[in-house]
Design a protein around this ligand. Structure first.
Ligand SMILES: [Zn+2]
Length: 322
């Protein structure tokens, strides 16, 4: 396990040396974003103060057994850490982002709120009459427990039941018809800002970021879209978001790794990059409070990661890049 403190200020992350008092204060009250190393897939747990959590995506390949393992392990993790799941946010209707959510719901754990809230876009794939089999099963698992919030072509602010210090806005673009509609999640905790982008491709990213042009998408932390594939991370979008830290859920297979061109874009933008294929589980903690005119983050990386052995995912220090 490696722990670092970083200060993010105006799109740049540098090493920080907080006092013991400040470290203890951060430890006592923080928001945490935990991106698990799941290989080909994505699973991100947001932990708010007060033991409340949201799950943004949870899936690993489209294999049933792996997703059952992941779903089980996420519930174990909630149990071991005394956490409660209040919402699931499947960013888009793909198995490697959602299938473990089905397991989480089917296991009927008392760690899961009932009804649980599902935030999702109105991507037609969620509701098509001729569903792919897994979506039909997912909907069957979801329906009994759920309060659904569906986003269309609108900018909406979600009231989060997490206290006055956090707020969240979600964005989707119903006008984009040719690509799946990833729900963007913009989260603020005091002064810390996060942007989660699902698997958006470049055009969709631009449609969101420049479509809602009164909104300032600047974020300290960017969840890199589409596992870092070259189809996402548009330079103009990166420029607008201007992240100091970038996190990516990456696997060893082509199409789910941080490609060199994406890495170059992130580096050119001075973002400090962490990816699961290289760093294992990535946890960011922040109290969101000012630190030397920036925001303080504690970054913990753990290789190979909490669930890696059971999901048969390994670390590749090269990130699979030549
Ligand atoms: Zn994906």
């Amino acid at each position: 396990m490696t722990t670092r403190f970083l200060k993010v200020r105006m799109g740049r992350a540098v090493g920080a040396s907080p006092s013991t008092v400040r470290k203890n204060a951060l430890e006592a009250s923080h928001l945490a974003v935990r991106m698990f190393h799941v290989g080909h897939g994505e699973a991100i747990l947001i932990v708010f103060p007060g033991r409340r959590t949201w799950l943004i995506d949870a899936g690993c390949t489209n294999a049933k057994n792996k997703n059952e393992i992941l779903g089980n392990r996420i519930l174990d993790y909630l149990d071991e850490n005394d956490l409660f799941l209040e919402a699931i946010i499947p960013s888009h209707p793909h198995a490697d982002h959602t299938l473990a959510m089905q397991s989480v719901l089917e296991l009927e754990s008392d760690r899961v709120a009932e009804p649980i809230t599902v935030y999702r876009s109105d991507d037609p794939a969620w509701d098509r009459k001729k569903d792919p089999k897994w979506i039909a099963k997912f909907r069957k698992a979801v329906r009994p427990f759920v309060r659904e919030e569906i986003f269309k072509d609108s900018l909406e602010e979600i009231e989060t039941p997490v206290g006055a210090d956090a707020e969240c806005l979600m964005f989707s673009n119903g006008k984009t018809t040719k690509q799946y509609r990833s729900l963007f999640v913009y989260l603020r905790f005091h002064n810390a800002r996060f942007l989660f982008t699902g698997d958006a491709t470049k055009k969709y990213e631009r449609d969101i970021i420049f479509g809602f042009d009164q909104f300032d998408f600047t974020a300290d932390v960017l969840k890199v879209t589409h596992h870092g594939s070259e189809h996402g991370t548009d330079p103009s979008v990166l420029n607008a978001v201007n992240p100091g830290i970038a996190i990516a859920s990456t696997g060893p297979d082509a199409g789910h790794r941080l490609e060199q061109v994406t890495l170059d874009e992130l580096n050119d933008n001075n973002a400090r990059v962490f990816e699961t294929l290289v760093d294992g589980d990535i946890t960011l903690q922040t109290d969101g409070l000012p630190f030397e005119k920036g925001v303080l983050f504690k970054v913990i990386t753990e290789t190979p990661g909490e669930f890696a052995s059971e999901l048969e995912t390994t670390i590749d220090p090269t990130g699979g890049r030549p």
